[in-house]
Design a protein around this ligand. Structure first.
Ligand code: ATP
Ligand code: MG
Length: 713
C-alpha cells in the first residue's frame, strides 16, 4: 500500500470515526510570575526529550518520513540585535510551560482592551474551543480607536503605494474616521450584527477599512482574493450567504486593469443572498451599475458621520470567514472568532517580528485576500499600533526592483514575504536588490511553503546583508496566527527550519499510528493542545471540521503537513503528507529533494512528485526552474540528478528532470504538486480552478510528453 493509498483509506475511515473524549477545563485567575532566562535554547523543554530513541525505519514498513537532508549551518542572534530585542532569553517559554492558559490570559489582558472581562480562559469540548468565555471586546476599537485615545492619532497606520506610483499615508486618526464612515454606510445598506459581508477588492486602503468597518458593527467579513474568477467568488458568496458585496471597479496589475466589477457582476448573477453592492472607484474605467443594487462608495460613504460606536462583541463572536487557498482541494470556509484570534495575532506580530511600534516600519507583502494579509496586514499590526506599508501591485512592475525601491523609500525595518517570491528574486539575480539601500531592514520573515535552505541563505545574505534574523513561520489559515517560528533575539536559526513552537503552542510529530516519533524523528505534524487563534470550525459543516482535522489521530489536530525534528529539537517542515513519495519502501518528502536541487548553483526553484514505477513503487520526477544565465541541457539534468544523490543520498535521485520556465501555482503562489503528479502519470488533470495560470500546466504537460516521460535525464 502506498502512502497515497493509505491516505485515501484513512479519509474514508474518517467519515465513521468520532471523538470519544469530552474534556472541559475551566480555569481562571492570572498568575503573574516571570522567570529569569535560563540559558537553554528556546523551545527545548527542560525534560530531556532528546533521550528518546529514533525509530528505525525498515523498508516496506514506512510509517514515518525519512530524514535525508542535514543542514549544519547555524545563525545565532547577532549581538547588537539581541541587545535591543524584546526577548533575548527563554522567559516567555518558561512562563508558558508553567501554565499555558494563564500565559495566554496574560497576553490577552496585556495586548488588548476588553470592555468586559472573561470568566473562563478556555472551554474545551474537543474539537470545539472557546477562549476567554464571557469576555467582550471590539476588534476595530482595538485596532484603531484605542491608539487614537492613547494620543497616537498622528502615527501612520498605513503607508500605501499604488502600482502606478500614487501614494497615501493614513494616520490612526484618519483611519478611525474612515472606518466609522464605512461602518455607517454598511448600516445604511442594511447590514447588522451577524450579517456576512463579502469583499472583492484590490489592495487599496479601503479593503482593510471595510474589514474593520465590518468588525466595528459585528458583521463577519469574507474577503475573496481579487484574482479569483467569477465562479470562485460566487461559490464563496453563496457558501457564506453574504448580504452585501463590497467590490472595487478594478485594480491595477502590471500596468493593466483587472476588471473586478465585471467579474463581480458575473458572479452576482447567481447570488440570491446579495442585496446590495458597494463599489469603490479605483481604476475609474467604465463599469455598469445595476439600479437598486449597486451604489458608489464616494456617493454613500464619504458623507457619513464619523460617529459610530463600536459594537461590544463576545470573545467568541465570529470575526470573519476565510476560504483556504485551495492547494489540496475544495476550499473550506474557515471560521475565526474575536478574542482568541486577536490575542494570538497581536502576540505573534509583536514577538516574532520584535516589533518596536514607535520606530519600526512593517511590510507584509501578502494580499489581504489570504490569511497572512488578515493577520499580518490588518489585525496583528493594527492591534499593536504599528506602522505598515501596503502595496497594490506586483514585484516586477515597472521593473524587477519594485520591492527594494519600496523598502528603501519607506525605510522598511521588518519584511514578511513568501518563499515563492524569494525564489523568484533568486532567479532574477542580485542586480535588483543591489540597486537600493536596504540597510533599514532588521528582521526578515517568510511564510507559505517550506523554504529551501539555499533560498533562506540567499534571503539572509542578499536582502538582509547578513545582519537580519530570518524568521521562517509555519502556520495555516486554520491556525489563524503563527505557530512554529523563531523569536529573532532568542533563537539560533538553521536555514530551512521553522525552529520551535512558540510559547503557549504545543506541537508534536507522530508516526502513522499516532505515536510520537521522538527526537530526532520524522512523521506527521500535529498540534496537541487548543490555541487561542485556532479555527472554530468550517462554516456550515461541523462534520467536515471533525473529519478533516480531528479524526486522523485521536485527540490531536492534524495539520496535513509532514515534519521532522533534528537532534536539537528543531522542527523542519517537509511539505504536505499527500505529496510524500514512497520510493522502495521509504517515505521521501518533496521538500528535501527540492532543497537538494535548489542547493545546486544553477537552480532557482523546483518541484518533485512521485510517479508510479514498476521497480521502486514510485520514482521521483523533478521539474526545475533555472536561475537567469543557465541553459537547460541533458548534461545539466544528469548533473542535477547526481547532485541530489550526493547531497541527500541515491534513494532520492530523481529519475527524470524536466526544465521549465514556470510551475503550476495557486493564486497565493504555492506549487500545486498534485497537478504535476497528473502530468507525470499522464492522467486527466484534477481541479484547476485555484491555479493562477491554467496554461502553465498544459505547457509543462506537452513538454513532459515530448521529452519522453520516464527517460533518465
Ligand atoms: P488548502 O488547505 O485549501 O489546500 P493551503 O493549505 O495552501 O490550501 P494555507 O492555509 O494558505 O492554505 O496554507 C497553509 C499551508 O502552507 C501549511 O499547511 C503548509 O503546508 C504551508 N506552509 C505555511 N507556512 C509554512 C512554512 N513556514 N514552512 C512550511 N510550510 C508552510
Ligand atoms: Mg491547508
Amino acid at each position: 500500500m502506498t502512502t497515497l493509498d493509505r491516505e485515501r483509506a484513512r479519509s474514508s475511515e474518517r467519515e465513521t470515526k468520532r471523538s470519544r473524549r469530552r474534556v472541559s477545563r475551566r480555569r481562571s485567575g492570572v498568575d503573574h510570575q516571570y522567570r529569569a532566562p535560563s540559558g537553554r535554547e528556546p523551545g527545548i523543554p527542560a525534560s530531556s526529550e532528546g533521550d528518546q530513541k529514533h525509530r528505525i525505519l525498515s523498508a516496506g514498513m514506512a510509517d514515518t518520513i525519512e530524514d535525508l537532508l542535514s543542514e549544519g549551518r547555524t545563525f545565532p542572534p547577532p549581538e547588537p540585535f539581541k541587545q535591543d530585542s524584546l526577548v533575548a532569553g527563554t522567559f516567555l517559554y518558561d512562563e508558558a510551560s508553567q501554565d499555558d492558559e494563564g500565559f495566554w490570559a496574560r497576553q490577552a489582558a496585556d495586548l488588548l482592551d476588553w470592555s468586559e472581562e472573561w470568566h473562563t480562559i478556555l472551554d474545551w469540548q474537543e474539537p470545539f474551543a472557546k477562549w476567554f468565555v464571557g469576555g467582550k471586546l471590539n476588534a476595530s476599537h482595538n485596532c484603531v480607536d484605542r491608539h487614537v485615545d492613547a494620543g497616537l492619532g498622528d502615527r501612520v497606520a498605513f503607508h500605501w503605494e499604488g502600482e502606478p506610483g500614487d501614494t497615501r499615508a493614513i494616520t490612526y486618526a484618519e483611519l478611525r474616521d474612515e472606518v466609522a464612515r464605512a461602518a455607517n454606510a454598511l448600516k445604511a445598506l442594511g447590514v447588522g450584527k451577524g450579517d456576512r459581508v463579502a469583499i472583492y477588492m484590490g489592495m487599496v486602503p479601503e479593503l482593510p477599512i471595510t474589514m474593520l468597518a465590518c468588525a466595528r458593527i459585528g458583521a463577519p467579513h469574507s474577503v475573496v482574493f481579487g484574482g479569483f474568477t467569477a465562479e470562485s467568488l460566487r461559490d464563496r458568496i453563496n457558501d457564506a450567504e453574504a448580504k452585501v458585496l463590497v467590490a472595487s471597479d478594478g485594480s491595477w496589475r502590471r500596468g493593466g486593469i483587472v476588471d473586478l466589477k465585471a467579474i463581480a457582476d458575473d458572479a452576482l448573477a447567481a447570488c440570491p443572498s446579495i442585496e446590495r453592492c458597494l463599489v469603490f472607484r479605483r481604476t475609474e474605467h467604465d463599469v455598469s451599475m445595476t439600479d437598486g443594487r449597486d451604489v458608489w462608495w464616494h456617493d454613500l460613504v464619504t458623507d457619513q458621520s464619523t460617529e459610530c460606536p463600536p459594537e461590544p462583541m463576545d470573545a467568541e463572536d465570529l470575526l470573519y470567514l476565510l476560504y483556504t487557498s485551495g492547494t489540496t482541494g475544495k476550499p473550506k470556509g474557515i471560521m475565526h472568532t474575536t478574542g482568541g484570534y486577536l490575542t494570538q495575532v497581536a502576540f505573534t506580530h509583536k514577538y516574532v517580528f520584535d516589533l518596536h511600534p514607535d520606530r519600526d516600519v512593517f511590510w507584509c507583502t501578502a494580499d489581504c485576500g489570504w490569511v497572512t494579509g488578515h493577520s499580518y496586514i490588518v489585525y496583528g499590526p493594527l492591534a499593536n499600533g504599528a506602522t505598515s506599508v501596503m502595496y497594490e501591485g506586483t514585484p516586477d512592475y515597472p521593473d524587477k526592483d519594485r520591492f527594494w525601491a519600496i523598502v528603501e523609500h519607506y525605510g522598511v525595518t521588518l519584511l514578511y514575504t513568501a518563499p515563492t517570491a524569494i525564489r523568484t528574486f533568486m532567479k532574477w539575480g542580485t542586480e535588483y536588490p543591489e540597486k537600493h539601500d536596504l540597510s533599514s531592514l532588521r528582521v526578515l520573515g517568510t511564510v507559505g511553503e517550506p523554504i529551501n535552505p539555499e533560498a533562506w541563505v540567499w534571503y539572509w545574505q542578499e536582502i538582509g546583508g547578513g545582519r537580519c534574523p530570518v524568521v521562517d513561520t509555519w502556520w495555516q489559515t486554520e491556525t489563524g496566527g503563527i505557530m512554529i517560528s523563531p523569536l529573532p533575539g532568542a533563537t539560533t536559526l538553521k536555514p530551512g527550519s521553522a525552529t520551535f513552537p512558540l510559547p503557549g503552542i504545543a506541537a508534536d510529530i507522530v508516526d502513522d499510528g499516532g505515536e510520537p516519533v521522538g527526537v530526532p524523528g520524522g512523521g506527521y505534524l500535529v498540534l496537541t493542545r487548543p490555541w487561542p487563534s485556532m479555527l472554530r470550525g468550517i462554516w456550515g459543516d461541523p462534520q467536515r471540521y471533525r473529519d478533516t482535522y480531528w479524526s486522523r489521530f485521536e485527540h490531536k489536530y492534524f495539520a496535513g503537513d509532514g515534519a521532522k525534528r533534528d537532534a536539537d529539537g528543531n522542527f523542519w517542515l517537509l511539505g504536505r503528507v499527500d505529496d510524500i513519495m514512497l520510493v522502495s519502501g521509504h517515505n521521501i518528502s518533496t521538500t528535501e529533494v527540492e532543497s537538494a536541487l535548489v542547493d545546486h548553483s544553477s537552480v532557482a526553484e523546483s518541484a518533485v512528485v512521485g510517479k508510479t514505477d514498476a521497480i521502486t513503487g514510485q520514482a521521483i520526477a523533478a521539474f526545475v526552474i533555472l536561475r537567469e544565465g543557465n541553459e537547460p541541457s541533458d548534461e545539466l539534468a544528469a548533473e542535477l540528478r547526481d547532485h541530489v544523490a550526493k547531497v541527500i543520498g541515491p534513494i532520492a535521485k530523481p529519475k527524470t528532470v524536466l526544465f521549465t520556465e514556470e510551475l503550476p501555482k495557486t493564486r497565493s503562489g504555492k506549487i500545486m504538486r498534485r497537478l504535476l503528479r497528473n502530468v507525470a502519470e499522464d492522467e486527466q488533470l484534477g481541479d484547476t480552478t485555484t491555479l493562477a495560470d491554467p496554461s502553465v500546466v498544459d505547457g509543462i504537460k506537452s513538454r513532459y510528453l515530448a521529452a519522453g516521460a520516464g527517460d533518465e535525464g
